[in-house]
Design a binder for this molecule. Structure first.
Ligand code: F58
Length: 811
């Protein structure tokens, strides 16, 4: 994007005047943020129009990424970086006496996702635009994002995240592109000239209004679209006819019910609850998204059979799986195609990514609920299931158990993962080990039935946000060493390894880490009052709270370290600061107790003079993309300690390594591939393997009481949870104690404790060798290129979607 410095300054002053009637001196920070953003909006719009024009004229194949979550993060800085305007803008504003960094803080950070899955979708959007691929997002414009977390009396309290309260400058409301989505009602069948027609009657109509957010590619003129749908009432919702008949409450009721649909993001962990509103949200954005895709398609094409050649629809987990029957409905009921044609088109258009193997996270809906809310979609799903079961019967005659285990509808439930597999042409896992587990365990029967359909696409992160934007000093160091080609070709980061033993580079890297740590020290002081030693090891554990992610294992290690330090305050360890951040689902008791335990421990440890400041524990509230952007660059150690087999991939692990932190982790998810990439010497691996975990689950043989009785460290720690050692009510942490002992420690915290503690000892030893450590750090950065989402997206584009980059010409 092009704008000269003087022009920018002039525009800025004019915008402040026209938008707020103010000069620079009177304008608030927010006024200035808005003025700058509007200038950028104007610049982006031009490229956006050109991109769309070119896509349409050339009839390029488009991919649409359907996701219930997009955890976007702030955009101003990202747009400036990708648009090549950052330096011009920084200088122009400085000349007007304005600090760009401060303006960036004005932007709200849209938390439209729970965690990794939503953030992955956002990284994918960035990479698609950067690679010049015609790829767009489709999701929900939640009025409230993931709750804001406050810690009150050590405990997590949830507050609404009203991210739209000051408006959102990056969205474009497109009222003229609104579509109608129908819920409930009845289906009447009618036969006309031998063809059965299905007429939907007495339904509730909801207006889906799109808000488009531009996705700006890096240095390439491409601007793709993230379309977020908002639910509104038809006719402005106020039905005066009803009002006149005295049905005021009914009219208002409709308005309220519609408003609910896009009101709030469900805060969930990997546990799934079949709530009707969630199903409504799913169908709402899927139906709206597909309608708008078909409408656009018909502007340039007349043959529906050509749809898969021109459009790919990707579903991010099973949340948008109703896309399968909905596309069938559109093709048959609206477009008049036969079942067989519609089915062939649907199954060549839709592809699906699985993100979890946790059985409790796999979505199922009761037939009753599904049928009542989506009567026609139910009929179609029923027929898909009938036909699928028939084909199973042909292959496995009489094997009822197998058929029941694969049927889309069984035990009065609809199994969405099965629907997604049957209705798509590609199913992928998100790391090699995860894909293998899908093929060999969780979806074994499907893999055998559909050979070739399952494939792996290891996750990635956009290195432009997670390094270029968030760690500019490190980005500059890399560029000084190897040139700037890594920004477009992250594989080139490998060349940075040549500098692993270069003293000057080592020194610069050390200083950069130090300065990033200082930023965090100040933040911690300001937000928690805790004074942290910048020379301590920053050991960081940031992610959603879940038992399988084992924040508890980290806590146990901290408690053990604390016990040892109290026994021997002269213990020879490098001082450590353990930093946690993350949210627990509001209804997830153990997760919230774990957060509380960390805070209680922090209050005990941080003020204990005896341990000579060798240990600090910090919990930072309200984890978000922005907080992550500050923490990843400051970390020395990355905690990736899930029970092997449970973490499908993890992507925080990649953000840490890219910023030079060293991983301590299990052989789980993408850790396995990180281990392959950096080699055994540059990572600390410990714990059970996924095979050992499966063996325990299948054959038993694990008794957590044995470990309690045989390892005195564990006995002490477990008792400390319930014997009044912690400065809180004595029984407060009984549930944790019980989950580990009475419930036999489902996630093998006690089993992995010893090898985890040993890995930490090895890590501490290595850290003492400053040269060795910085070399490890450089090796991690240099081998992070394959974990760029550019690599992931290229694989999706070539191997699943069959789309190619488009060179956008724009002035
Ligand atoms: C995550 N899933 C996986 N789910 O846990 C993680 O290993 C993986 O790296 C990531 O997906 C991307 O593939 C995840 O974040 C959710 O947030 C769900 C949202 C919907 C409700 C249940 C949790």
């Amino acid at each position: 994007m092009l704008i000269r410095k003087e022009e920018l300054k002039q525009h800025f002053v004019t915008k402040l005047q026209t938008m707020f009637g103010k000069g620079i001196e009177e304008a608030s920070e927010n006024n200035k943020y808005m003025a700058l953003s509007w200038i950028l909006r104007d610049l982006i719009s031009k490229h956006w129009i050109d991109t769309n024009k070119q896509y349409t004229q050339n009839k390029e194949k488009q991919v649409y990424y359907f996701s219930m979550e997009f955890l976007l993060g702030r955009f101003l800085d990202m747009y400036l970086v990708n648009g090549g305007l950052k330096d011009t803008c920084r200088v122009a504003l400085a000349e007007l006496g304005i600090d760009l960094d401060e303006l960036e803080q004005q932007e709200s950070d849209p938390g439209l996702g729970n965690g990794g899955l939503g953030r992955l979708a956002a990284c994918f959007m960035e990479s698609m635009a950067a690679l010049g691929l015609p790829g767009h997002g489709c999701g929900i414009r939640y009025k409230y994002g993931l709750f804001e977390q406050k810690i009150v009396d050590n405990y997590q309290v949830e507050l609404p995240d009203n991210w739209l309260k000051d408006g959102y400058v990056w969205e474009f409301r497109k009222a003229d592109k609104a579509v109608t989505v129908k819920f409930g009602g009845k289906i009447r069948e009618e036969v006309v000239e031998g063809r059965r027609n299905f007429i939907h009657e007495e339904y509730e109509a909801v207006l889906a209004v799109p808000y488009d957010v531009p996705l700006v590619g890096y240095d390439n003129n491409t601007v793709n679209t993230l379309r977020l749908w908002s639910a509104e009432t038809i006719d402005d919702g106020f039905d005066f006819a009803s009002f006149n008949r005295g049905e005021y409450l009914q009219a208002m009721g409709y308005q309220n019910a519609v408003g609910q649909i896009s009101k709030i993001l469900y805060p969930q962990d990997d546990f799934y609850e079949g709530r009707v509103l969630r199903l409504k949200q799913q169908y709402f954005f899927v139906a709206a998204g597909l309608q708008s895709i078909i409408r656009r398609y018909k502007k340039t094409h007349s043959d529906m059979k050509e749809l898969p050649k021109n459009v790919a629809v990707h579903i991010n987990d099973t949340h948008p799986a109703v896309a399968v029957p909905e596309l069938m409905r559109i093709l048959m009921d609206d477009e008049g195609l036969s079942w067989d044609d519609a089915w062939a088109i649907t199954r060549s258009t839709i592809s699906y990514t699985n993100h979890t193997i946790m059985p409790e996270a796999l979505e199922t809906w009761t037939i009753d609920m599904f049928k009542t809310l989506l009567p026609r979609i139910y009929m179609i799903t029923y027929e898909i299931n009938e036909r699928f079961c028939r084909s199973l019967w042909e292959k496995f005659p009489g094997d009822w158990d197998k058929i029941k285990g694969m049927a889309i509808i069984s035990d009065d439930m609809l199994h969405m993962a099965r629907l997604a597999v049957v209705g798509s042409y590609s199913v992928n896992g998100v790391a090699q080990i995860h894909t293998d587990i899908l093929k060999e365990h969780i979806m074994k029967d499907f893999h055998e039935f559909y050979p070739g359909k399952f494939n792996n696409k290891t996750n990635g992160i956009t290195h432009r946000r997670w390094l270029l934007k968030s760690n500019p000093q490190l980005a500059q160091l890399i560029t000084d060493c190897i040139g700037s080609s890594w920004i477009k070709e992250p594989d080139h980061l490998k060349e940075f390894a040549k500098f692993a033993t270069d003293k000057r580079v080592q020194e610069r890297l050390r200083n950069i880490k130090q300065s990033n740590k200082e930023t965090v020290v100040n933040y911690i002081k300001e937000h928690t009052g805790i004074a942290v030693n910048v020379n301590s090891i920053f050991d960081v554990h940031i992610k959603r709270f879940h038992a399988y992610k084992r924040q508890m294992l980290n806590i146990f290690h901290i408690m053990d370290l604390y016990n040892r330090l109290r026994d021997n305050p002269d213990l020879d360890i490098t001082p450590r600061t353990f930093i946690f951040a993350g949210k627990g689902a509001p209804g997830y008791y153990i997760a919230k107790q774990t957060i509380k335990l960390i805070n209680v421990l922090a209050s005990l440890i941080n003020k204990d003079k005896l341990i000579k400041n060798k240990l600090k524990v910090v919990f930072l509230e309200n984890y978000s993309v922005s907080l992550g952007e500050m923490l990843f660059p400051a970390a020395d150690v990355s905690e990736q300690i899930s029970t092997a087999s449970k973490e499908a991939s993890g992507t925080g692990n990649m953000k840490f390594m890219l910023n030079g932190a060293v991983t301590i982790g299990t052989m789980d998810g993408a850790n396995v591939e990180i281990h392959d990439a950096v080699g055994n010497d540059n990572i600390f691996i410990f714990g059970l393997t996924s095979k050992q975990v499966f063996d325990y689950y299948l054959h038993g043989g694990y008794d957590s009481w044995d470990l309690y009785n045989s390892d005195p460290r564990l006995k002490t720690i477990l008792e400390q949870l319930v014997n009044g050692f912690l400065p809180y009510q004595r029984e407060e942490f009984r549930a944790i104690y019980q989950s580990l002992l009475s419930n036999n420690d489902e996630f093998f915290v006690l089993q992995d404790f010893d090898s985890y503690a040993k890995a930490h000892v090895a890590l501490d030893e290595r850290y003492k060798d400053k040269d060795k450590w910085i070399q490890m750090s450089i090796q991690n950065i240099s081998h992070a290129g394959i974990f760029s989402s550019d690599r992931t997206i290229r694989q999706y584009a070539e191997e699943i979607w069959h789309i190619k980059p488009v060179n956008i010409i724009s002035r």
